[in-house]
Design a protein around this ligand. Sequence first.
Ligand SMILES: Nc1ncnc2c1ncn2[C@@H]1O[C@H](COP(=O)(O)OP(=O)(O)OP(=O)(O)O)[C@@H](O)[C@H]1O
Ligand SMILES: [Mg+2]
Length: 494
Amino acid sequence: MEIPLLEMKGIDKWYPGVHALKKCSFSLLKGEIHALVGENGAGKSTLMNILTGIIPYSSGEIYLNSEIVVFNSPKQAQIAGISMVHQELNLMDNLTVAQNIFIGRESKGLFLNDESINKRTGELFKRLNFHIDPKEKVGNLSVSLRQIVEIAKAISYDAKIIIFDEPSATLTDVEITQLFKIMKELRSTGVSMIYISHRMDEIKRIADRVTVFRDGEYIGTQDAETVKIDEVIHMMVGRIIYEEHKKLSKIDKDTDVVLKVENFSSFDVKNVSFELRKGEILGFAGLIGAGRTELARLIFGADEKLSGNLYVNGKKTAINSPHKAVEHGIGYLSEDRKRYGLVVGMSVANNIVITKLKDFIKRQFINEKEITKITDEYIKKLDIKTPSAQRLVKSLSGGNQQKVIIAKWLLNDSGILIFDEPTRGIDVGAKSEIYKIMNNLAAMGKAIIMISSELPELIRMSDRVLVMCEGEHTATLNLEDINQNTIMKYATKN
Ligand SMILES: Nc1ncnc2c1ncn2[C@@H]1O[C@H](COP(=O)(O)OP(=O)(O)OP(=O)(O)O)[C@@H](O)[C@H]1O
Ligand SMILES: [Mg+2]
């Protein structure tokens, strides 16, 4: 049998109150792409943070080329040829793309020689076939472009082992395809990669082997080509998940229109009109740069529009700030949770009740008991993995942070909800929970806009799908016309 390039054995990790890894093992061969999967909080990121020297571990050994190694910092791991693309983006908004990629690498000082790093960054993007200006400030980039900068950074180290912690959660299909192409090229040059994802279809598309973790335990490793995806899901969640598809839409022409958007235009959105009905789930489909999030932000009053009218429940309404939008019963779950959705230094409970805090104040006292009761209810309902409601959000796994945002908007009880990539980074089990919740909300009469780059979930959830391409509204598809081919046709103007 081939000797692994990397072996992790008996790795154990405790956080206060959480046994995050229980004597786990993991092995990686030279030149293989190894998928690492498991539910939110299973311990995937923790294992990778240990491998790259970011966090210490209680016990266990790491072997590289059959020799024991100990990394006390990411720098040491990098020198040994291991680099990582992090799940939560770690870039500095005020620096340019090139400065972010080369930060800390030049010992002579941070900003020495912008010209040379711009040139090197330009060459790197050219090689990777992504079009990003090295001189652009990272803060001006969308989430997915920032993700690409992170990927480019990890690749630029010419590492022997590259770890991708859920890159596809922030990328669209076209970019994922591009990333997979790059990964395959790297593999052909002998680079080994660990690929973390919640998208099961990707295992077959990219991986050679797949390892499953559950609740901090190593469950097993399978050959990606021969394993059945159902089997992987079963290993992940320890139970069978039933997926139901929408067969029938209860929404018709007579259903009340709760939101009407008329000729909305901005820099990124070109004259879009549509209606959203009570109890409807309206999907927004499109590729990156299609203007879906931009349109949502216009509706929510987060950005300024150039023209257009908005009607809420038939009444013409001027919404020029998110505050106004919330007043009119519109809720927006942002795709970029770190920037807009969460205060990560605050507790789970406080994040959930933040917009409703005044409801919990009686005679100037905050009713902590009531807050705990409500938040515990949502923790249970959404299966948020946290030892308690008082835990700080930043200590939760990526997917569990997303669930906290969802809880917050559910509690806010808005009549119109805009979900922007709601299941990004969420595991299969929790995904189906969120679908169930969205369907329940719709059944209760709430109107939902669902922006998603995962076509399968748009197809299963939507009553109608609005397709956009480069800022234009190219089609509105009824239930019977919703399918992958038709959506892609209008999303690409072909
Ligand atoms: N800094 C921390 N402090 C305390 N607990 C933590 C910390 N980081 C992670 N945990 C806990 O350790 C467990 C494993 O988390 P980890 O981030 O490794 O999960 P994951 O498999 O990457 O999940 P996801 O798919 O949601 O990203 C979780 O219960 C999480 O809440
Ligand atoms: Mg993670």
